[in-house]
Design a binder for this molecule. Structure first.
Ligand code: NAI
Length: 463
C-alpha cells in the first residue's frame, strides 16, 4: 500500500530527521511528515543561522582589536543585512543537506501538516498514512510571547528570534527579555552590530541554569562591552507604540522604564502539541505540558513515541537527536543504551562562550554532596594569551569519595569544543584521576582542562 510505512515521523527537525535516518539505516520503511523546511527550527531558524551570525559578530570583534596584533584593517563597518543573507545561505545549505539525506536513505517526505489518528495513522490533508510499527512525534517548539503584560509578538516592535534572524535593518536600541541561551546569543550579535542592547532577566542572574561563577563572568564581560544587563528584574507592563516599546521594570525594589526601538522575546519556548491529535489518540501530557513518555520514550498510547522538545527538557537539538536514534533502535527491536539526561552538555555560543555538563556548584551544595572544585583561568593558559582571549575559566567538580566528575563548567574561548572531553569522560564514567593522567597537547586551550583536573588537588602547574 503506497501510504503504508513501518515508521512515520511527525516533524523533520533534528530529533525527527535523525530518527528517520536511523530507522532507514535499520531497514525500516520510513516517512517523515513536515509542513515547512526539513531541518526544523534548528537548521532553518535557530542553531545554524544564529551560529553564522555569531561568527559575523566575532569577526567584527576581532577586527576591532586587530591593530594590537599588527594587522590594520581600516575602519570597521558592519552590515547586518549582509550577515543575515549569509546566514540564510548557510541555513539553506543545511536544509538541502537534510533533503539529500532523506533521498539517500529512501525516506519518503510527505509535505504538509500531519494530524495523528488512532491506529498509528497520520492524516495529511485528505491523505491518511499508516504506520505498521510506530509513529514518532517530533513536532518541536516555537517562540512564545508574554501576552499577559502586553508583549505579544507583532513582528515589528515586539519580535522573536524568528524575525531577528530575517531582518535586514536592525533597530538602534533593543531590549531583550530573558537571559537564557537565545537572549544571550542575540545580545552578543546585536551588540557587535552597533545596537544599544539591554537584557532583562527575571531570575537573580543571567544564564540562570549555569554555574553562578559562569553567569558572573559572562555578565562582567557583557557590561564591559556596553551591554546593559539587568537581572532579578520583573517586566510589569509593556506599552507598545508604532516605533518603540516602553517597559516598566521592577528590579531590586526599584522601578524604572526602559524604552527601546524593539523588544526581542527570549523568555522560553512553547511546545507544539496543539492540533496534533494527541487527545484523539489518548496521548497524555505531563503536569508541565510536555508529552508524557516512559523510559523508552513511548507515550501513554502504545506505538506512539515522542522525542525532542515535545518530550520535555532540556530543549536542545542534540538531546532530541539522541532520542531520535534511541527510539529508532527500540522500534527496530534493539536494546540501545538508555539516555543519561544528566550527561547532556549545554552550550551558549555567546562570547565568551559557556559550556557545561552535570551539576553546578550550587546544586552540589543543595544536595549536600561532599565535593571539591578545581578551577583554572584561561589567563594562565599560553594559547589563550596568544590569541588574547583570556576571559573565563574551567571549573571541575569532583565527588570526594569516588573521584566521580559531578560537573564541568567552562567559560572562554572554544568552550563548546573543550567540553567534549568531559562529556566523553562522564559517559565512560571516567574519574578525575583518569583525566589527570591524560596527556594534553601543548600549547592548547584544552590544557586548561588538564590543569583544572589537577587543581582539584591544588596541583595545577601554571596557576
Ligand atoms: P530559556 O528558557 O533558556 O531562557 C529564558 C529566560 O527568560 C529564563 O532565564 C527565564 O528566567 C527568563 N524569563 C522568563 N520570563 C521572563 C520575564 N517575564 N522577564 C524576564 N525574564 C524572563 O529560553 P530561551 O533562551 O528562549 O531558549 C529556548 C530553548 O531553546 C531553551 O531550551 C534553550 O536551551 C534552547 N536554545 C538553545 C541554544 C543553544 O543550545 N545554544 C540556543 C538557543 C536556544
Amino acid at each position: 500500500m503506497a501510504n503504508s510505512f513501518d515508521v512515520i515521523v511527525l516533524g523533520g527537525g533534528p530529533a525527527g530527521y535523525v530518527c528517520a535516518i536511523r530507522c532507514a539505516q535499520l531497514g525500516l520503511q520510513t516517512a517523515v511528515v513536515e509542513q515547512d523546511k526539513l531541518g526544523g527550527v534548528c537548521v532553518n531558524i535557530g542553531c545554524i543561522p544564529t551560529k553564522a551570525l555569531l561568527h559575523s559578530a566575532y569577526i567584527a570583534h576581532l577586527l576591532k582589536e586587530s591593530k594590537d596584533f599588527g594587522v590594520e584593517a581600516g575602519e570597521v563597518k558592519t552590515d547586518y543585512g549582509v550577515a543575515m543573507k549569509r546566514s540564510r545561505r548557510v541555513a539553506d545549505q543545511n536544509s538541502k543537506g537534510v533533503e539529500f539525506l532523506m533521498k539517500k536513505h529512501k525516506i519518503t517526505v510527505v509535505r504538509g501538516t500531519g494530524v495523528l489518528q488512532p491506529g498509528k495513522k497520520v492524516k495529511v490533508g485528505s491523505d491518511v498514512y499508516e504506520a505498521k510499527k510506530a509513529v514518532v512525534i517530533a513536532t518541536g517548539s516555537r517562540v512564545k510571547g508574554i501576552p499577559q503584560i502586553g508583549l505579544e509578538i507583532n513582528k515589528t516592535t515586539v519580535i522573536s528570534s524568528d524575525e531577528a534572524l530575517l531582518m535586514e535593518k536592525i533597530p538602534a536600541t533593543l531590549a531583550i527579555i530573558g537571559a537564557g541561551a537565545v537572549g544571550m546569543e542575540f545580545a552578543d550579535i546585536f551588540n557587535a552590530f552597533g545596537v544599544k542592547v539591554t537584557i532583562i532577566e527575571a531570575l537573580p542572574r543571567i544564564l540562570p541554569l549555569e554555574d553562578a561563577e559562569a553567569s558572573d563572568a559572562v555578565g562582567k564581560s557583557y557590561r564591559k562591552r556596553g551591554i546593559e544587563v539587568i537581572a532579578g528584574a520583573k517586566v510589569t507592563k509593556a506599552t507598545v507604540a508604532k516605533d518603540k516599546v516602553t517597559l516598566d521594570v521592577e528590579a531590586g525594589g526599584e522601578k524604572k522604564q526602559i524604552v527601546a526601538a524593539a523588544v526581542l522575546m527570549a523568555a522560553g519556548r512553547a511546545v507544539n502539541i496543539e492540533n496534533v491529535g494527541l487527545k484523539e489518540c489518548g496521548i497524555q501530557l505531563t503536569e508541565r505540558g510536555f508529552i508524557k513518555v516512559d523510559k523508552n520514550l513511548q507515550t501513554s498510547t502504545a506505538g506512539y513515541y515522542a522525542i525532542g522538545d515535545v518530550a520535555g527538557p532540556p530543549m536542545l537539538a542534540h538531546k532530541g537527536s539522541r532520542e531520535g536514534v534511541v527510539v529508532a533502535e527500540i522500534i527496530a527491536g534493539q536494546k540501545p543504551h538508555s539516555i543519561k539526561y544528566d550527561n547532556v552538555p549545554s552550550v551558549t555560543y555567546c562570547h565568551p562562550e559557556v559550556a557545561s555538563i552535570g551539576m553546578t556548584e550550587d546544586q552540589c551544595k543543595e544536595k549536600k554532596l561532599d565535593y571539591v572544585a578545581g578551577k583554572f583561568p584561561f589567563s594562565a593558559n599560553g594559547r589563550a594569551r596568544g590569541t588574547g582571549e583570556t576571559e573565563g575559566f574551567v571549573k571541575i567538580l569532583r565527588d570526594k569519595k569516588y573521584g566521580e566528575i559531578l560537573g564541568a563548567h567552562i567559560v572562554g574561548p572554544s568552550a563548546y569544543e573543550l567540553v567534549a572531553e568531559v562529556v566523553a569522560a562522564m559517559e565512560a564514567e571516567a574519574t578525575v584521576e583518569t583525566l589527570i593522567s591524560t596527556i594534553h597537547a601543548h600549547p592548547t586551550l584544552y590544557e586548561s582542562l588538564g590543569e583544572a583536573f589537577n587543581a582539584v588537588y591544588g596541583l595545577a602547574i601554571n596557576a
